[in-house]
Design a protein around this ligand. Structure first.
Ligand SMILES: *Cc1c(COP(=O)(O)O)cnc(C)c1O
Length: 412
């Protein structure tokens, strides 16, 4: 939903130069149509196979984004009590929420039980023990899945690979059946499903399908032993094309492969996509402050920095950087850097890019996932606003922080 008309970059029907001038920069901008289209691609490709698309809130947890997805019928995958609070504030249905994560606290589990979430994706026996005790105290039964670690290599960046046995995530799939068996003694727990999530930004989905096959085998074995397993949760992880020359797996094709594996299983399919729904739907708008040269190296200094978008610094991630207005000058090769006092503060290195001048706007593409949510106030920089585009209109869905916001809650 980001494309040029003439020399001007648009998000839907909104020229980004106008938006940047009026909302100020840096600013995140999201296409509501793109978010909904990606969500629906999952939802529709499952067809009549019983399914639930649980958007992974951690990818982009802004209320308006959650509200958009809640209205479209999405469930949610959360990893903290704070995310559950956001889902509820946005009008999401707690009974469509699954709760993942290795370190749920008693307070968080209690809040989730009181809110009536669908189920917990549990990652250890001590966690099962805690949830049972807290459910007993409230006189409720808690649905759970065990997140199995299938020992499958997601072939992605090591920080976002989670499905190998050396990672902290899940319970070894070979031990899972015994854990489900022991969990029968917990009278306030009800086995609901089997879950797995092997990592993020996965460009070749075959490891996900391998993990699904292993999880399916386990689910079938558990059912044969009389465990009331009703769903299989595949996690998220489908990658997106950050580089212009990259090809991301199509959501539809991926879901069709899952469909083929699970069609006869009698299980409800749950899936927890985050990045593939919101990633391509967002961009970070920034303004060029200065051009400078150090020896042979050319720098484009912009007003956005690593505190606004940490992915290049943290994962050496690539984001395409597009001029908001194209000019006819020959391209340059430059580092795009921000104002933060660290050499790690770059948005791109050695990048062939438009020959931009101070005052020009740039769009850092595919920044809708793990963008704003990972932003911070480092260098006492107020966090940037977020804007949602809807057709010809747009609105600020989070205001730019002010200096007083920076010191809220502090005392001298
Ligand atoms: C992060 C995460 C997701 C979402 O991953 P994406 O790569 O953004 O689709 C889903 N499930 C769990 C358990 C996660 O930790």
């Amino acid at each position: 939903m980001f494309s040029y008309s003439g020399n001007d970059l648009y998000c839907e029907q909104v020229p980004l130069a106008d938006l940047a001038a009026r909302a100020g920069t840096p600013a995140y901008v999201y296409s509501s149509q793109a978010i909904l289209a990606n969500y629906r691609a999952y939802d529709e490709a499952f067809g009549d196979l019983p399914h639930s698309v649980c958007y992974a809130v951690k990818a982009n947890s802004s209320l308006a984004v959650l509200a958009l997805l809640a209205k479209a019928g999405a469930g949610f995958d959360i990893v903290s009590g704070g995310e559950l609070y956001r889902v509820i504030q946005a009008g999401g249905d707690p009974s469509k929420v699954v709760y993942s994560g290795v370190g749920k606290t008693a307070a968080e589990v209690g809040y989730a039980l009181e809110s009536g979430i669908h189920s917990f994706n549990c990652e250890s026996e001590s966690e099962l023990n805690l949830i049972d005790a807290l459910a007993a105290r409230r006189g409720v039964k808690a649905g759970f899945s065990i997140r199995v670690n299938p020992d499958v290599d997601a072939a992605t960046h090591p920080y976002i690979s989670t499905g190998l046995s050396r990672h902290k995530f899940g319970i070894d799939i070979r031990e899972a059946a015994a854990v489900y068996e022991r969990a029968r003694r917990y009278s306030n727990l009800a086995a609901e499903g089997v879950s797995c999530h092997i990592g993020s930004q996965i460009l070749d989905p075959s490891p996900i399908l391998e993990a699904v096959s292993k999880a399916l085998e386990l689910a079938s074995a558990l059912r044969a032993e009389g465990q009331p397993i009703r769903h299989l949760d595949l996690g998220g992880g489908l990658g997106i094309a950050y580089r212009a020359e990259e090809e991301a797996p199509a959501i539809r094709g991926f879901v069709e492969s899952v469909h083929a594996l699970l069609r006869e299983s009698g299980l409800t399919v749950m899936i927890e996509p985050g990045r593939s729904i919101v990633g391509p739907a967002g961009a970070l708008l920034t303004r060029v402050l200065y051009r400078k040269r150090n020896g042979p190296r050319e720098f484009v200094v912009v007003d956005a920095a690593m505190n606004d978008l940490i992915r290049p610094a943290l994962y050496h991630a690539h984001h395409e950087i597009a001029p908001v207005r194209r000019n006819s000058l020959p391209p340059i090769t430059a580092d795009v850097v921000g104002p933060v006092c660290e050499s790690g503060d770059f948005l791109a290195r050695d990048r062939e890019m438009a020959n931009v001048m101070p005052g020009d706007f740039l769009a850092v593409r595919d920044a809708g996932a793990y963008g704003f949510v990972l932003s911070s106030n480092y260098n006492s920089r107020p966090r940037v606003p977020e804007v949602l585009v809807e057709g010809t209109g747009w609105r600020v869905i989070r205001q730019r922080e002010t200096y007083p916001d920076l010191i809220r809650g502090e005392v001298v």
